[in-house]
Design a protein around this ligand. Structure first.
Ligand SMILES: Nc1ncnc2c1ncn2[C@@H]1O[C@H](COP(=O)(O)OP(=O)(O)O)[C@@H](O)[C@H]1O
Ligand SMILES: [Mg+2]
Length: 247
């Protein structure tokens, strides 16, 4: 690979209590690429994202981000790194009592000291980027599923992250809305030069957006490589996915 990874995971073990979910994970995520994490339901994809983001503390191993080892790093130092990352959670996780505007304002008010008029401008720019300018004053309950995902995406990119993590961004969306979401993700990669890590099951999406694939099976990363390599590999679980496409 020509570039240095922006995230480099080595021998990472992730547990919930005594229950080991991920063993000895090795994975590289490259700058300005879309890396798709694949694997059957419950295999630990969300767990991998959450351990990389330290929402849970990995049991052991090494996670380098931006060339810096993050395991054992102090909370405050890690928080500075977190400011360079955005996360689109599986359920969108918008606050239902707040309009779209205020939802996107949250990270800007928490992590910057920008004056209100600049914050407003940033929110307008991000909403325009996700084609949601008209919904600025709407409540999440007034939005369709696709609009909610886009609002959550606008919030995830409010601080111009260098890495964006998306957990099943098209789940529950119809094929057209899902394709629009993919186009947005490609726009973030190509225009804003973001590195993107995505969990998705949608074969159509994978073919549209994936530069690289990391395939989890039984707690291990059994494959990592390009989409082309994935389709030509000889790992049964990977081939089953690409031939059958369903879990
Ligand atoms: N907070 C948690 N506490 C305990 N077990 C969990 C927790 N979150 C997930 N798990 C378990 O860890 C395994 C992997 O979950 P998850 O990472 O959500 O899978 P995926 O995202 O691949 O569907 C599952 O068996 C799940 O039940
Ligand atoms: Mg999940």
């Amino acid at each position: 690979m020509e570039k240095k990874p922006i995230i480099r995971v080595r021998n990472m073990v992730a547990k919930y209590g005594e229950n080991t979910i991920l063993q000895d994970i090795n994975a590289d995520f490259y700058p300005q690429q879309v890396t798709v994490i694949l694997g059957s339901s419950g295999c630990g994809k969300t767990t991998l994202l959450k351990n990389i983001l330290r929402l849970y503390q990995p049991e052991s191993g090494s996670i380098e981000m931006f060339g810096v080892e993050t395991m054992g790093m102090e909370e405050t130092a890690f928080e500075a790194l977190l400011g360079r990352m955005g996360m689109l959670f599986q359920n969108g996780a918008l606050l239902n009592s707040l309009p779209v505007y205020d939802n996107i304002a949250i990270p800007l008010e928490q992590h910057t000291c920008l004056p209100p008029e600049i914050i407003r401008r940033i929110i307008e720019v991000k909403l325009n980027l996700v084609n949601l300018s008209h919904a600025i004053n709407m409540l999440p309950s007034e939005l369709s599923g696709g609009m909610r995902k886009r609002a959550a995406l606008a919030r995830a990119i409010a601080l111009d992250p260098e890495i964006l993590f998306c957990d099943e961004p098209s789940s529950g969306l119809d094929p057209l809305t899902s394709a629009a979401m993919d186009n947005l993700i490609l726009k973030l990669k190509n225009q804003l030069k973001m590195s993107i890590v995505i969990v998705t099951h949608e074969l159509a999406s994978i073919h549209r957006i994936a530069d690289r694939i990391i395939f989890l099976d039984q707690g291990k990363a059994v494959f990592s490589g390009t989409l082309q390599e994935a389709m030509n590999c000889n790992i049964p679980a990977v081939l089953t996915f690409f031939e059958v496409g369903k879990f």
